[in-house]
Design a binder for this molecule. Structure first.
Ligand code: GLA
Length: 388
């Protein structure tokens, strides 16, 4: 049973009625541009065909009931007073989104909702952004209001900062709302201007989850963010001009003062600046169908995330190596925040089956007997969140 059916069936079983509507929100995979979004840089994600569904009906009061079908858990809160739930992490996504939308002056209505998801949790495919944008669209639809999608993405991001406690960037919410089939989204995280980049035919994307849980993701993520802010302050002293973000610095400028900066701050900055230029180079490669070149850029991104940004781990490195050992793989790298989770591989369409068959064993050989169970699957591009 897929997540759509699980959501609808659970809804029918619980409420003895069909949902009035169902929202579909996709997972995402970032092709390139990692840890650049909160540095006002560039990213190039795709929305993928793994969805979270929210089945909904209106209520006449100010109560919101949310059932997480896959967790067998239910939350209930009043729109009069929306607070964090320190014990049940997932509950803060719907709560947070409702809280932020209400703070922005939208009069919300109570509802009964059931959520079910086919987006693997912890694989770096942003199941959290999907729940945020899915729930946000449900609330707005019931309220009879529309909000421009980039604005809504910012509201969802705020919900994640304030309720879930992760200082995430804007990439995940934007792609979950603005993705389009057969396209990647080139997003300038400084002003949220964006462009759909058509993907060449004949390539496919494989997600290779290492099975390593991303236990450090939240805390280490916030540390990286802080280090980037420190780098901005230091660079602005060294370059003697006010800087708002790493976006305001060129690679040449960084190179000129690199030796005067302490480690690891300077390597963090170097990753962000080189990664931004790789995003543009990758987009150009897509345009020219230069697939080998695009693949090399993915590998360079991984090396930079591993050596300069230090968000990889042994298993992610082994997975990249295992993927690259198969004929027909152009490039691979860790995707998402890192610290465990998954790699992305760009492969020739006719090599997908071979990759799925051969890589798990090669990964196990590289990691050793204690290797966690890997999961590999192909993803297709999909449209952003919508009402079904
Ligand atoms: C997480 C965050 C994103 C982004 C990536 C790293 O997925 O939610 O905003 O920062 O990590 O690129």
């Amino acid at each position: 049973m897929d997540a759509y059916q699980r959501a609808v069936r659970k809804f029918e079983a619980l409420f003895n009625a069909s949902p009035e509507f169902v929202v579909a929100a996709p997972g995402r995979v970032n092709l390139i541009g990692e840890h650049t979004d909160y540095n006002e840089g560039f990213v190039l994600p795709i929305a993928v065909d793994r969805f979270l569904f929210v089945a909904v009906r209106a209520r006449d009061d100010r109560t919101v009931r949310v059932v997480a079908a896959d967790l067998d858990d239910m939350d209930e809160f009043s729109l009069e007073e929306i607070v964090r739930d320190p014990e049940h992490h997932w509950r803060n996504y719907p709560r947070g989104v409702a809280g932020v939308i209400a703070q922005n002056g939208v009069t919300l209505r109570g509802m009964d909702a059931v959520i079910a998801s086919d987006i693997p949790i912890g694989a770096g495919m942003s199941s959290s952004a999907a729940i945020e944008v899915g729930f946000a669209l449900a609330l707005l639809h019931l309220a009879g209001t529309e909000v421009p999608r980039p604005t809504l993405a910012q509201w969802c991001q705020r919900a994640e900062h304030e309720f879930a406690g992760v200082q995430c960037g804007i990439m995940d919410q934007m792609i979950a709302l603005l993705g389009k089939e057969n396209h990647a989204l080139l997003l300038d995280c400084r002003d949220l201007s964006h462009e759909l980049v058509p993907l060449p035919q004949g390539i496919a994307f494989v997600v290779a989850d290492t099975g390593v849980p991303r236990t450090l993701a939240a805390s280490e993520y916030n540390i990286r963010r802080q280090q980037c802010e420190e780098a901005v302050q230091l660079l602005s002293q060294l370059l003697e001009r006010p800087l708002r973000s790493l976006r305001d610095v060129t690679l040449e400028e960084l190179g000129a003062v690199f030796n005067e900066m302490p480690d690891p701050i300077r390597r963090r900055a170097r990753h962000v600046l080189t990664e931004n230029s790789r995003v543009h180079a990758f987009r150009q490669a897509m345009r020219e169908r230069a697939l080998q070149r695009a693949g090399s850029l993915l590998l360079a991104s991984h090396a930079s995330l591993r050596d300069d940004y230090e968000v990889s781990c042994r298993e992610l490195d082994a997975m990249v190596q295992a993927l690259m050992s198969v004929e027909g793989v152009f490039g691979a790298r860790l995707t998402g925040a890192g610290f465990g989770g998954a790699c992305l591989a760009m492969v020739r369409e006719d090599a997908v089956e071979r990759v799925l068959q051969e890589v798990p064993e090669r990964y196990r050989q590289l990691v050793g007997d204690n290797a966690p169970q890997p999961t590999l699957f192909a993803v297709r591009t999909a449209d952003g969140a919508h009402i079904r």
